[in-house]
Design a protein around this ligand. Structure first.
Ligand code: FBP
Length: 291
């Protein structure tokens, strides 16, 4: 086993435990507010905290991991392994607003390798990223130099190897209730163009679900900046970077709407909970949006 397969084994063990909790608990109880607020100002739900405890407890014992970042932790956590080569950051339970209505939620993670100077420059330090989908089935999508898809039975078994995103889709995924306050005026014109090309809208409200549909079917996902979220809503370190990496490995694209560069090239954030606008896309829609 190499370092990354050791880390992946711990992620599988943790996601299996989270999946079992979701499968066997009353979602109305799991979605109860804990009245503990995370640094993003969210009142964490019980399942957010349970998932966070499982992941931080298991991963802090891994000798390959020096630092842990989590949406539910105020600061980065230093493990006992001070010379270990990797940092792992995760959103333990993405899509919390969907827990009570039994709609797909997930865990998102990225593993970063420290450079020679013991620094992380940007998303290009990622060596492995993925997400676990707690949906009709529990699936784990893992990107290293290829994208592989696992499905949970008694354990995670690989079902698809080397997944690549279709060149074009038929869905766009954006919360259109913000259309009157988007800061980038390309969005409305772009959506109208897709509608004339017979695209349909899909918005689940869980990044893992909307991102996964875009990865599997092709198409366009965006959470643009708006008057209420001038820096966007999605967190760079443990949501946007990981998905940008997965899309790049699968042959797709990501974009920061203000910088007009790949999200992976956005500098490592000063604040571990920094937010960002996000675009994830297959080639055809990306070409339309950027031209
Ligand atoms: P959390 O649920 O972990 O806070 O993640 C944020 C998120 O739920 C994303 O998963 C999703 O894409 C987005 O917010 C939905 O935002 P909105 O409710 O504004 O459409």
């Amino acid at each position: 086993m190499n370092d990354l397969s050791d880390i992946l084994s711990i992620i599988k063990l943790s996601c299996k435990k989270i999946s079992n909790i979701i499968q066997n608990s009353n979602p109305l109880k799991l979605s109860k507010l804990s009245n503990e607020y995370n640094l993003s100002g969210d009142n964490a739900k019980k399942l957010d905290l349970m998932a966070n405890i499982i992941l931080t407890t298991n991963l802090s014992k891994c000798k390959h991991i020096k630092t842990i970042g989590s949406e539910e932790e105020p600061e980065l956590i230093n493990t006992d392994f001070k010379t270990a080569p990797y940092m792992i950051c995760f959103d333990p339970l993405d899509g919390s607003s969907n827990i009570d209505v039994n709609i797909t939620t997930g865990t998102i993670f990225a593993v970063y390798k420290y450079g020679e100077d013991n620094n992380i420059v940007n998303g290009n330090n990622i060596v492995m990223a993925g997400y676990c989908l707690y949906g009709g089935s529990t699936q784990l999508i893992v990107a290293t130099d290829v994208v592989n898809i696992y499905q949970l039975d008694t354990d995670f078994k690989i079902i698809i190897e080397n997944w690549t995103i279709p060149n074009k889709g038929t869905f766009y995924s954006i919360n259109e209730s913000n259309k009157h306050i988007w800061l980038d005026n390309r969005n409305n014109k772009f959506i109208n163009k897709l509608i004339t090309q017979k695209y349909s809208a899909r918005w689940v409200g869980s990044l893992v679900a909307d991102g996964h549909r875009t990865l599997i079917k092709g198409g366009f996902f965006s959470y643009p900046s708006n008057d209420n979220n001038i820096d966007g809503k999605i967190r760079l370190l443990y949501e946007a970077y990981p998905f940008a990496y997965i899309f790049k490995v699968a042959g797709g694209f990501s974009l920061h709407e203000k910088e007009n560069i790949s999200l992976l090239d956005i500098n490592y954030p000063v604040d571990c909970h920094q937010k960002t606008p996000i675009i994830l896309s297959s080639k055809y829609e990306f070409t339309i949006f950027t031209n």
